[in-house]
Design a protein around this ligand. Structure first.
Ligand code: HEM
Length: 138
């Protein structure tokens, strides 16, 4: 069971690397004026998105396997709150997919200021999830 939890945490870190850095690339992309910078950021975003997919899928797979080995947690309030936040992260991830496509097509409408605010959301979810799963407050 501890191996499952260890790999769960490894892929959570991988997932968050993409959830944190992709919106940061979008901020630079929204401020870019040169076609060469646009082309380079488009390649970086596409490659980082692949890593974010791998991290997200495996973080959830190992999380579900850990939960399968500890089904009692399913009745816990902290696990319900955690799973709700994980669902919000999955929606955020899908929004990143749409934004990678829009930036590649040159049809992004988000300002760099709104992208900076958007960039902060995963950090709030991370803090809340780690407190829920380590402290188990309810
Ligand atoms: C469907 C998604 C997920 C499921 C089913 C899940 C399930 C679990 C379960 C059952 C544990 C073991 C709890 C324990 O032994 O105390 C665990 C541990 C953990 N989970 Fe998740 N998790 C999911 C997603 C995430 C995400 C997105 C994060 C991001 C921060 C996360 C962070 C952690 C951490 C840090 C631990 C280790 C806690 C400890 O050892 O005290 N999990 N998870």
């Amino acid at each position: 069971m501890l191996w499952l939890k260890a790999f769960h945490i490894v892929f959570v870190v991988t997932w968050f690397a993409g959830l944190f850095y992709l919106p940061r690339l979008f901020v630079h992309h929204a401020e870019a004026t040169e076609p060469a910078v646009h082309a380079r950021l488009t390649i970086m975003e596409r490659r980082l998105l692949v890593m974010t997919h791998i991290g997200g899928v495996l973080a959830i797979v190992f999380g579900l396997l850990t939960l399968w080995r500890m089904p009692g947690w399913l009745a816990a309030g902290w696990m319900h709150a955690k799973l709700a936040l994980v669902l919000a992260l999955a929606v955020y991830h899908l929004q990143l997919v749409r934004m990678v496509r829009r930036f590649a097509a040159g049809t992004n409408r988000w300002s760099s200021r709104s992208l900076r605010i958007f960039n902060e959301l995963p950090a709030l979810a991370l803090i809340a999830i780690v407190i829920l799963v380590v402290v188990k407050p309810f």
